[in-house]
Design a protein around this ligand. Sequence first.
Ligand code: AMP
Length: 420
Amino acid sequence: MITKPKGTIDITGSDSLLWEYVNSVVSTMMSAYNYEFIRTPIFEASELFHRTVGETSDIVRKETYDFKDKGDRNLTLRPEGTAGVVRSYLENKLYAQPDIKKYYYNGTMYRYERPQTGRLREFTQFGVEVLGSNDPIIDAEVISLQYKILESLHISNLQVNINSLGDEESRIKYKEALVKYLEPHLDKLCDDCKERFKTNPLRILDCKIDEDSDILKNAPKTIDYLTESAKKRFDTVLRYLDLLEVDYEVNPKIVRGLDYYDHTVFEIVSLDNDDTRQSVLGGGGRYNKLIKELGGPDSYGIGFACGIDRIIAMLKEIDLYKSIQREIDCYVMYVSEEEKLHAIDIVQSLRLNGVVTETNSLNKNLKAEFNEADRLNAKLLIILNNEDLKMGLVNVKDNHTKEEVKVDISEIVDYIVSNL
Ligand code: AMP
């Protein structure tokens, strides 16, 4: 038997119901905040991720799915969403329009990681990218949108861990201080961190192996090295978050794994989940330099990404969702071929009027049809029989109260719609 590739999942049964539910909440909230859906390719030129995510990042060094196509082009399955959205923004010269652009996406990402709880090789993220504004109101909007989506899904005890990396000047000062601090401790850090020290020391703070060591705990903090204006900007973001009723904590450990961030960086966790492999539900940050680095004009960007697989894992722990099951509005029963012809017509009319309807497609007898209707949690049953049909009538049974009525066939759709 052929099995699914390592690190991938099938989404079926009650998981798929939760999946549909999460996606509908996401798209409703995105519309309310006026974000436009954007779809970019699942694979892009490899160079895009090398230039955006960064040559020195774990993602590009170890985790990308790279391949050559038949035209000898180097392509990569996207490991994250920002690079593709920014590429599209530049390629379509959308920066030439005066407005800011507010996009949201929802799609699969690919990272060749060691599969474990909360870590897949194919996973799904929804996220946003706002391009063209540096106003702190946008930092606060993006963070609160992520927070409010998770809150609407009834995930409790949410907390945003937030930090600022500051502007170019702040980052240079901070990097100097960090290098000076880390140098004497290098031999106590993992091999990857020794390498990061040469290529991108900030990334050491992100290390999953050394994260609990005192060396990292006592490292200098970015917020102590912010310039006056970067500090003022960060304080403004926090003030707006207070107004928006977002629970946050300034956490100097948050520096984010990707090369392109500056100013505001954040992660969102549920404190109810003590499994740290799963508790981070999403994160993001501002990336003002990225657009220029990719050959665009001086502009601004900020975004977040949230992992749907981890959200589903959390929802399954919440009582509200534990008994979630699919249900249908109406099940149409028949036995003879003549009744079947009426069933075909009625089922189609109901479905086109938005009534979730199912019928017998396995040549079942009446008893088996009742069982099937129960299994599907049908609210109403339409039971067709030749005698009633000859008089232009059909039987409708409420599957909960068990009450039965005869309804004129010409009025059946209206009757069902108004009795659901
Ligand atoms: P990142 O793009 O690494 O900041 O990840 C943002 C969110 O995507 C995380 O908080 C997770 O919820 C989710 N995520 C990242 N990597 C994985 C993975 N390998 N498997 C499942 N979810 C992931």
